[in-house]
Design a protein around this ligand. Structure first.
Ligand code: SAM
Ligand code: DTB
Ligand code: SF4
Length: 336
């Protein structure tokens, strides 16, 4: 398959991005759909599966996260899983049609003593023919190289929100530290997966700043997860939303965010991520029209619920969407 690819720009200005957000809704979605079709197969959606390989007790204070030790969510902390159990879960995900397995640990950063088990997981999942992704917190350049040598395909590390809002959501690490880890990952030759969360009570200006930060990275992330906040009781932001339900993101504004991500980062996979469980089929359909072309499958994300395979199979059938094969990415790269 060949595509008439859109030019990839990393010099977007905030004004240009704000102007996209301001377009009449159908005009914005139409433009995003055009960019999507010029760069990706229109009715194919990639499926990735998540596994929490080390849950809870995290020293970071991310205001949205059920796994932060600063939150009071009642979540039980666990140790790092045995690689054999991880490989069993990956085999099950593959049986269910997933092509990428994403392993997440509730760490500020991995300790060097954890790396051998992590490397075993990456090698094992890769040997099954699935793409691998890890999200383990901050990495040194040496740790990024170790992961690259193990064959890791993607590393997820989100900027989460605009640089100016960041300090209100997380105080234990800085936006700049996020960028440093992304640089280590890029320099090690691992594909970057980087996005964030909307619906945290941020302003439109923060959403502009969030997309601007992603679209002006030296290289666009290969995958851009757009999460809608899953409000968890006992977290700062979950409790804030329970008190002020009006702060919850409206579906149309969520679709606008997806559309602007698609237009500004034409070649990236835009992933409709957390929060899908509480979205209507119609909203998800609008997201796919606006250029989202990847989802998380299975009935669990890391700790929160997800739509589940049966619901997703029904949604795909209803919309005439087919699952994207892993090779598709290779075709896209070859078309460049
Ligand atoms: N500890 C690692 C880190 O922060 O980089 C990896 C795991 S962390 C759970 C991965 C991402 O999940 C976060 O950056 C955030 O964007 C997303 N996330 C976490 N909790 C969420 C929630 N309640 N709703 C939506 N997205 C969430
Ligand atoms: C991402 O941006 N979203 C995924 C993945 N990267 C690791 C995680 C979503 C987590 C949702 C809340 C939970 O399951 O605890
Ligand atoms: Fe820890 Fe990641 Fe949750 Fe932040 S998002 S508290 S770093 S697990």
């Amino acid at each position: 398959m060949t595509f008439e690819s859109s030019p990839v720009r990393t010099d977007w200005t905030r004004d240009e991005i704000a102007a996209l957000f301001d377009l009449p809704f159908t005009e914005l979605v139409f433009r995003a759909a055009e960019v999507h079709r010029a760069n990706h197969p229109a009715n194919q959606v990639q499926r990735s599966t998540l596994l929490s390989i080390k849950t809870g007790g995290c020293p970071e204070d991310c205001g949205y996260c059920s796994q932060s030790a600063h939150a009071d969510t009642g979540l039980k902390a666990t140790k790092l899983m045995d690689p054999r159990a991880v490989l069993q879960a990956a085999a099950q995900a593959k049986d269910h049609g997933s092509t990428r397995f994403c392993m997440g640990a509730a760490w500020r950063n991995p300790k060097d003593r954890d790396m051998p088990a992590i490397v075993e997981m990456v090698k094992g999942v890769r040997a099954m023919g699935m793409e691998t992704c890890m999200t383990l917190g901050m990495l040194t350049d040496a740790q990024a190289k170790t992961l690259a040598d193990a064959g890791l395909d993607y590393y997820n590390h989100n900027i989460d929100t605009s640089p100016e809002r960041y300090g209100e959501v997380i105080t234990t690490r800085s936006f700049e530290e996020r960028l440093e880890t992304l640089e280590h990952v890029r320099e090690a030759g691992i594909n970057v997966c980087c996005g964030g969360i909307v619906g945290m009570g941020e302003t439109r200006g923060d959403r502009v700043g969030f997309i601007h930060a992603l679209a002006t990275l030296p290289v666009h992330p290969g995958s851009v997860p757009v999460n809608a906040l899953v409000p968890v009781k006992g977290t700062v932001l979950g409790d804030m939303l329970a008190d002020t339900p009006l702060a919850m993101i409206d579906d149309i504004e969520f679709v606008r965010t997806v559309a602007v991500a698609r237009i500004t980062m034409p070649r990236s996979m835009v992933r409709l991520s957390a929060g899908r469980e509480s979205m209507s089929d119609a909203t998800q359909a609008l997201c796919f029209l606006a250029g989202a072309n990847s989802i998380f499958t299975g009935d669990k994300l890391l700790t929160a619920g997800n739509a589940g395979d049966d619901k997703d199979a029904a949604l795909f059938a209803r919309l005439g969407i087919t699952p994207m094969a892993a090779e598709c990415k290779v075709e896209l790269e070859a078309a460049e």
